[in-house]
Design a protein around this ligand. Sequence first.
Ligand code: HEC
Length: 171
Amino acid sequence: MKRRWMGILAAGLLATGCFDFGTESGSDVLGGTDAGSDTSASTGLAALHDSYLKHCANCHAPGAPGATSGTETSLNFSTVETTRRTLKGQAAGLTGNQQGCNGVPFLGATWQDSLLAAVLDENLRPNFVAPGHPECNGATGAVSRMDIRISEPMPASFLADLRAWIEAGAP
Ligand code: HEC
């Protein structure tokens, strides 16, 4: 009698445990699918812009209120389309320690080769050397940290999402 009860209890616990587990991972998978199902290129960059990059326009946009002399001048984060177009260009207008990065493309073929990644990823920055531009070197201070220039926190998945977008060829 006693053993049967324990068996039923154990089966009940297992069933409950399984059910909970299933529900949780089910919703995680759904969330992940939602974010990852942005196969449409513009949706990918639109989400990156809306969640974070739009704040960069405070300094990087024509006539931006936060711009000072020496602010990188070719980037324009005003809209998704100006962001897409200007990220495909090269850095300009940098002075002082950063001037070695003038002419460097913001986007490389990989995360490790992208100046945009180096200004946002603290793990990459000290190791970053722009391909073909040895003077644009994170270890010498030529690559500035940009995430601390805006007050809004970076969303947890932002770097991974940005990396996926860059490595998909920045569509
Ligand atoms: C408060 C103004 C300000 C904001 C906001 C800002 N930047 Fe900058 N950015 C600068 C300045 C100034 C420079 C020139 C380098 C320096 O002075 O550190 C620069 C340089 C850069 C460079 C070239 C860096 C280098 O050293 O070669 C990139 C790329 C860049 N910014 C991207 C961004 C991104 C992406 C954001 C948003 C996350 C952003 N910036 C937000 C002011 C800003």
